[in-house]
Design a protein around this ligand. Structure first.
Ligand code: GDP
Ligand code: MG
Length: 297
């Protein structure tokens, strides 16, 4: 599996120089260092509010005689508090997870990778192929399911996505699965009918299993940076999100948008894709993420 260090290379390359000036400079921030730091953090899509907090804490740190590196680590770590994978033990089986997001964000791949993680933890997952919008939508997930030896419930192209989701939960109950992961069609957050379909799908799942879906996760493409935050905000308004899975972190130099997802939207980051391999979906770990960002500085 790819490491956090490798996965964050592009973002780290962008900010390491500025951080080195901070960590290697005097106790008091020099104006030109503050300016360079601000510019580079903005380019890495770190939200402005967090940048201001970093600088304010850095100014205060000299009176506490806290080294700037420790200050930055403390503030950045605090900004991700509450992130990390969910506690499955608190959910009665089968736990139902609905994956949502725009086209190409990585939902189908993520559904499969989550099933694989569950299998490795000794759990029995089931995949629900509720992307009935495109012909390739459900066949792509079936191929994954065959490879993983994981049951998969789908329907023909054009079938009612809500009905497929209902059947998937029904099958997870009948087979005594621990977890049902439901993939959905990519939708633009601006398209009303598809957003309504999502609500219908949730209602169908709840009809078969009261209390489900236990989780609704948005899959976000890290290459989009702050644009992914706007997407998440609109989805969150249409259907309450309980977490975010970040894909393609390795391809992005804008990993700073994660702080907006956590802080401004209040959504925890649960998993992150750190590479292209099928085992490259890692449970999100704020400490590993933070240390990988600061390492070269
Ligand atoms: N590098 C990288 N590529 C990914 C990751 N997740 C998905 N992809 C790629 O993104 C593309 C779209 O993925 P897909 O799962 O079909 O997206 P969907 O439309 O949301 O279902 C595919 O080519 C995937 O291989 C990731 O974490 N890292
Ligand atoms: Mg898909």
């Amino acid at each position: 599996m790819s490491s956090w260090f490798a996965g964050l290379k592009k973002t780290r390359d962008r900010i390491a120089g500025a951080l080195r000036s901070v960590f290697g400079g005097g106790a008091h921030p020099a104006p030109e260092t503050v300016e360079e730091l601000t510019d580079l953090l903005v380019m890495a899509d770190v939200p402005m509010a967090l940048i201001r907090e970093l600088i304010a804490e850095w100014e205060k740190a000299s009176t506490r005689s806290e080294p700037p590196r420790d200050t930055f680590r403390r503030v950045l770590l605090g900004a991700l508090e509450g992130s990390g994978p969910p506690d499955w033990a608190s959910i009665p089986a089968p736990g139902v997870v609905l994956l949502v997001g725009i086209n190409g964000s990585g939902k189908t791949t993520t559904a499969a990778k989550l099933a694989r993680l569950a299998q490795r933890a000794g759990k029995r997952p089931l995949l629900g192929a509720a992307d009935t919008f495109r012909a390739a939508g459900s066949s792509q997930l079936r191929i994954w399911a065959d490879r993983l030896g994981c049951p998969c419930v789908g329907g023909p192209t054009g079938a009612d996505a809500a009905a497929v989701a209902y059947d998937a939960v029904d099958s997870a109950l009948a087979r005594h699965c621990d977890l049902a992961i439901i993939d959905t069609a990519g939708r633009m957050h601006t398209r009303e009918p598809l957003m309504r379909e999502l609500q219908k799908t949730r209602a169908a799942i709840a009809k078969r299993l009261p209390g489900a879906p236990h989780h609704t996760w948005i899959v976000l493409d890290a290459m989009l940076g702050q644009n992914a935050v706007s997407q998440a905000r609109l989805f969150h308004e249409a259907t309450p999100l309980t977490g975010a899975v970040i894909t393609k972190l390795d391809g992005s130099s804008k990993a700073g948008f994660l702080y907006s997802v956590r802080r401004e939207l209040g959504i925890p980051i649960l998993y992150a894709g750190l590479g292209e391999g099928e085992d490259d979906l890692a449970p999100f770990d704020p400490a590993s993420f933070t240390d990988a960002l600061l390492q070269d500085a």
